[in-house]
Design a protein around this ligand. Structure first.
Ligand code: ZN
Length: 395
């Protein structure tokens, strides 16, 4: 690493340390039974098997060691400090869902990918093994359009509904990941937390709507002896996917009496009304089967010893808060500088590459290699952690 970027890393670390002296951490009530893990500045490996008996002990650690990333385990252990799984003695594992904007269908194609040389700052738009200028190995950086993060927020909202209504769990923490996704940590009682990966896979299949068949859902009818027998559309008073599809219908159907019927208000409806609008209803049902699918990270859900980002910590990929959100805040989520504890600062930075226009926290940024510029703390830290600028000093 060059001298300049070491200086930049020192400034970033100081900013992180100051943040941790006043950070509002949100820990599970049983955090003493969890393994903590950290990735420190300038290190590619994790410090693992830590445990803390009090929040103040944890805070001292965060201030003293100032990690780039901080996690605790989704599992509870008899002794979280032991290094082998057998010796740790797993009591059970919570449910952890990770919705990342770059895993949502349609968003992968819209992402902008750069390969940046960490030594000389050259930027490539195609994958390269070696920098053509200095021979170093370029690092892949993916930039996701912010509308994809909105889509991820919408998916997280759908998931909160499923966790509450279909899985029956109320005790959960929803967080913005501090980068481009959302995490939902469902605290499970010990008996439920013992469920293995196979049961967790069934949840995954349920979220993806595997086995949900369109022909079982659509409105159909038969005529016998001048009477019409209709199979009605799904209604909100039903359970599972039928309930979820009915929710979609209720908010998209333009035919008022049928929308009310789907919502469960009137108990009956004239069958001829359903037959008359069957085509429109069935088109919406088909849409709903796709729109209500939820795409979570499979590895995260199935892994019984997974680590969860600590709510209130900083995500070292972007310098944003791992921020707890209520369902209402999730609904109104906007990716902007308010997610950074450094928003009030001004930084002097030097661009390492020429790049742009690039959307950074809701504003368009252009960089010219070697140019010194002043930038607000939120975007400055974001760009520095992405390797696009070096921080010269805090103004
Ligand atoms: Zn290079």
């Amino acid at each position: 690493m060059s001298k300049r970027s070491t200086k930049s890393s020192t400034v970033l670390r100081t900013l992180f340390r100051e943040y941790y002296t006043r950070a509002e951490l949100l820990l599970p009530p049983d955090f003493q039974l969890r393994e903590f893990a950290f990735q420190l500045f300038g290190s590619s490996t994790y410090v693992r098997h830590k445990s803390f008996i009090s929040e103040s002990e944890l805070r001292s650690y965060l201030v003293q060691h100032t990690p780039l990333h901080a996690y605790f385990s989704a599992a509870r252990y008899l002794d979280p400090t032991r290094t082998s799984m057998e010796e740790k003695g797993r009591i059970g594992t919570d449910l952890v869902f990770d919705i990342d904007a770059d895993h949502i269908p349609g968003c992968e194609e819209e992402a902008v990918t750069y390969y940046l040389c960490p030594e000389c700052g050259a930027a490539y738009t195609e994958p390269v093994d070696k920098c053509q200028h200095c021979g170093a190995k370029p690092i892949k950086q993916v930039f996701i359009p912010e509308k994809c993060i909105q889509r991820a927020a919408h998916q997280a909202l759908l998931l909160v509904d499923v966790i509450r209504e279909d899985l029956g769990h109320k005790n959960m923490t929803i967080t913005f990941s501090g980068h481009r996704g959302f995490h939902i940590h469902v605290m499970l009682p010990d008996d439920v937390a013992k469920m293995g990966s196979e049961a967790r896979r069934e949840i995954l299949q349920y979220l993806l709507g595997e086995g949900v068949l369109l022909e079982d859902l659509v409105v159909t009818h038969v005529k016998r002896r001048r009477r019409i027998y209709v199979r009605p559309p799904p209604r909100i008073v039903e359970g599972g996917w039928r309930r979820r599809i009915a929710k979609y219908l209720a908010s998209h159907l333009r035919v008022r009496d049928i929308a009310l019927f789907v919502e469960g208000r009137p108990h009956t409806i004239d069958p001829s009304r359903l037959v008359a609008h069957a085509e429109a209803i069935n088109k919406l049902i088909e849409e709903a089967v796709y729109a209500m699918r939820i795409y979570v990270d499979e590895k995260v859900l199935l892994d019984l010893s997974r680590l969860v980002r600590m709510p209130g910590s900083l995500n070292g990929k972007a310098g944003l808060l791992v921020k707890p959100l209520s369902p209402n805040e999730l609904q109104d989520f906007v990716l902007d500088e308010s997610l950074s504890p450094f928003a009030g600062l001004t930084l002097r930075v030097r661009a390492r590459i020429s790049i742009g226009p690039l959307e950074v926290l809701g504003e368009v940024v252009r960089l010219r290699r070697g140019e010194l510029m002043k930038i607000d703390g939120a975007r400055g830290v974001f760009l520095a952690l992405k390797g696009l600028v070096e921080v010269v000093e805090v103004d």
